[in-house]
Design a protein around this ligand. Structure first.
Ligand SMILES: CC(C)(COP(=O)(O)OP(=O)(O)OC[C@H]1O[C@@H](n2cnc3c(N)ncnc32)[C@H](O)[C@@H]1OP(=O)(O)O)[C@@H](O)C(=O)NCCC(=O)NCCS
Length: 176
C-alpha cells in the first residue's frame, strides 16, 4: 500500500492505495471507469476483459479499499518492445488530484524496466491538457525527453474523432 496525502484548508486526508497488475476480474470495473470518464473512447467491455488477460504485465490498477479507482492499459510495441505504448489512463473522478495517475505510470515504468522497457509513448488529443500535463510531469520527474509529433489526423477516422498526437517519453540521447 502507498499512502497518498492530500491537504485542503479544512482537512488532511490520507488514502491507502494499492497498485497492482490487473486480473480478468478487473475488466468490468475498468470499462466502468472508462465509461464514467466521459473523455475516453469507451471500447467494448470485452476489450477491457481481454486486456486484463493478455496485457496484464504492461497494465496497472490503483485500488482503494478493494475497489479499482484508476487504471493504465498498455502494451509493448511489436516493432520496438523497449517502448511501452499507453493505450488508456483514467482515474475515477472522486480520486483525481492525488497523484494516482502519475504514480501508476511511474510504477508501470519501474515494473516493465525488467522487460527491457526504456521509453513510454501515448497518444493524446490536442484539447486534453490534463493528460498532456500528466505525461509531461512523469517525463520531467524521470529525466526523460518529452516530445510531441503528429500521428493520426481527423481524416484517419471514420467519425468525428479528434486528432491523436503522439507523445514520447524517451531517454536522453547519449553524446557519441
Ligand atoms: C488525466 C487523469 C488520468 C489525471 O489523473 P490524476 O490522478 O488526477 O492525475 P495526477 O494527480 O497524478 O496528476 C499528475 C499531473 O497532471 C496534472 N494534472 C492532472 N489533472 C489535471 C488537469 N485537469 N489540468 C491540468 N493538469 C492536470 C497534475 O497537476 C500533475 O502535474 P504536476 O506533477 O506537475 O503537479 C484524470 O484526470 C482522468 O482520468 N481524466 C479522464 C480520462 C483521460 O483524459 N485520460 C487521459 C487520456 S488517455
Amino acid at each position: 500500500m502507498s499512502p497518498s496525502k492530500t491537504s485542503t484548508a479544512q482537512s488532511t486526508t490520507t488514502l491507502a492505495i494499492d497498485y497492482r497488475q490487473p486480473t480478468v476480474d478487473d475488466g468490468t470495473r475498468l470499462w466502468e471507469i472508462a465509461s464514467d470518464s466521459q473523455v475516453l473512447d469507451v471500447n467494448s467491455s470485452y476489450s477491457y476483459v481481454l486486456w486484463c488477460h493478455d496485457f496484464a504485465n504492461t497494465s496497472i490498477v490503483a485500488e482503494v479499499d478493494g475497489r479499482a479507482v484508476g487504471f493504465v492499459t498498455g502494451y509493448r510495441r511489436q516493432t520496438d518492445p523497449s517502448t511501452i505504448m499507453v493505450w488508456q489512463v483514467a482515474v475515477d473522478d472522486a480520486y483525481r488530484g492525488h497523484g494516482i495517475a502519475a504514480t501508476m505510470l511511474h510504477r508501470l515504468l519501474d515494473r516493465t524496466q525488467r522487460l527491457g522497457v526504456v521509453a513510454m509513448h501515448t497518444t493524446i488529443s490536442p484539447d486534453n491538457v490534463a493528460s498532456q500535463r500528466l505525461f509531461g510531469s512523469v517525463a520531467s520527474a524521470r529525466g526523460l525527453r518529452f516530445e510531441r509529433r503528429d500521428l493520426f489526423a481527423v481524416g484517419d477516422f471514420p467519425d468525428a474523432h479528434e486528432p491523436e498526437d503522439l507523445y514520447m517519453l524517451e531517454p536522453e540521447l547519449q553524446e557519441p
